[in-house]
Design a protein around this ligand. Structure first.
Ligand code: AMP
Ligand code: GLY
Length: 421
């Protein structure tokens, strides 16, 4: 197939890598891709979605896969579908599940999907009043997309009120903060679950755990994610079943009733409290770095799964998973997540050890290429992935691979998957 992938991160690299490893030969295009995706296909520079749809038509692209949320919320799927193109992802309307936290919370409440108790409003008085009824910590969220920064966990009522004020005034997040959610704090363990959906049917992938904080022991500032592993032993069959019955099925049914059937990746951020899965949030795309560890665990065709999901035919296929575990360790640049860093040359040692060569790989993210030299030029630079028969083996292998990657200022956590060990 000729396949176009939108995005530039490790997530998109890992999807492309999985597709390239299939027995069938595929030709890949990236918009825009990164300094390493051009080893897997052709990087484009066509920012306008209408022009990109013309490119897809003229070049007979058979499937487009959208990585990040922004093009989905902007309606790239609507534009491609209007031209008769096959594209994997939700429409603009369905992408509201991520694009607006107010839409998402009201949807969860309407369809009785368990979520943290909340109020959504643009009135400072109402938000303050609800805040006063909660005990600390208190969670304050901006409605719109804030690049993963729109959630404040306030340790006092005063801090919560200050965050509310700064969001409503537009000071902290501009228009994205014009409506605000205040909700109760849930104490439990967090999961990332991913359902591939075609509007009617779904395939639930293995449960993963992400590591959002910059430093070991979940300390330091929030990041996009510093590492992940899957499948997590913290989830048993009963919990998978609860997520299916209480979250995924009612969400697919509900979105049909709302006139916006959900196609694409439903990313469910879950807090497990006393064995019960409570939905923290939805995203309408793969998690990053979760995608980088889930792709290598899929033993059936990934491109066929995305194609069937885009054409309402998921019921025709059976998706298969490896029995192994995957651990992914993010290497970030010097100043991440605060500011950009000076581009640094990346040196990757040749892997001579057969066990490491066969059971690890690198998914490249914030990298650029000049004269065939790779430079770290983004926040999260790359992800070293290890596979193994146990989580410990997968993790040891991932870290051995990390030791063979060098660039000035490289930053990584050394405790990825600690929850499972
Ligand atoms: P969100 O963007 O809604 O996933 O929030 C980002 C992170 O904030 C989540 O991954 C959780 O770690 C944390 N969080 C969000 N909502 C809550 C909540 N109600 N209780 C506890 N932690 C939360
Ligand atoms: N790793 C979490 C996310 O992609 O939002």
């Amino acid at each position: 197939m000729k396949i176009l992938i939108l995005g530039s991160g490790g997530r998109e690299y890992s999807i492309a890598r999985a597709i390239k490893n299939e027995t069938e030969d595929h030709e890949l295009f990236f918009q825009p891709g990164n300094g390493a995706t051009d080893n897997l296909g052709t990087n484009l520079n066509i920012k306008d979605y209408n022009e990109l749809a013309v490119f897809a038509q003229e070049n007979e692209i058979e499937l487009t896969i959208v990585g990040p949320e922004a093009p989905l919320v902007d309606g790239v799927v609507n534009i491609f579908r209007a031209q008769g193109l096959t594209i994997f992802g939700p429409t603009k309307e369905a992408a509201q599940l991520e694009g607006s936290k107010v839409y998402m919370k009201n949807f969860l409440a309407k369809y009785n999907i368990p979520t943290a108790g909340f109020i959504e409003s643009d009135s400072i008085e109402d938000l303050y009043k609800f805040t006063d009824t909660l005990s600390t910590p208190i969670v304050v969220k901006a409605d719109g997309l804030c690049g993963g920064k729109g959630v404040i966990i306030a340790m006092s009522h005063d801090e919560a009120k200050q965050a509310i004020g700064e969001m409503l005034s537009g000071k902290s997040f501009g228009d994205a903060g014009k409506k605000v959610i205040v909700e109760e704090f849930l104490d439990g363990f967090e999961l990332s679950m991913f359902a591939i959906c075609d509007g009617d049917d779904y395939i639930l992938l293995q449960a993963a755990q992400d590591h959002k904080r910059l430093h070991n022991n979940d300390e330091g500032p929030n990041t996009g994610g510093m590492g992940a592993y899957a499948p997590t032993p913290l989830v048993d069959e009963e919990l998978y079943q609860k997520v299916k019955d209480r979250v995924i099925v009612p969400t697919l049914d509900g979105m049909k009733k709302e006139g916006a059937p959900f196609e694409g990746v439903l990313f469910i951020g879950i807090m497990v409290v006393n064995g019960e899965p409570i939905t923290l949030e939805f995203n309408v795309r793969f998690g990053d770095p979760e995608c980088e560890i889930l792709m290598p665990l899929m033993t059936s065709s990934v491109s066929d799964m995305f194609l069937k999901a885009s054409t309402n035919r998921l019921n025709e296929i059976k998706v298969e998973f490896s029995k192994q575990y995957a651990v992914g360790v993010v290497m970030a640049s010097q100043n991440y997540p605060y500011s950009s860093s000076t581009p640094a040359e990346i040196i990757v040692d040749e892997v001579h050890h057969e066990e490491i060569a066969n059971n690890t790989h690198i998914s490249y993210a914030g990298v650029s290429k000049e004269d065939d030299v790779l430079y770290a030029n983004g926040g999260r630079v790359l992800v070293c992935v290890g596979l193994g028969d146990t989580i410990k083996q997968a993790r040891d292998r991932a870290y051995l691979r990390c030791g063979q990657v060098h660039f000035v200022g490289k930053k990584l956590r050394t405790d990825i998957a600690y929850q499972a060990l």
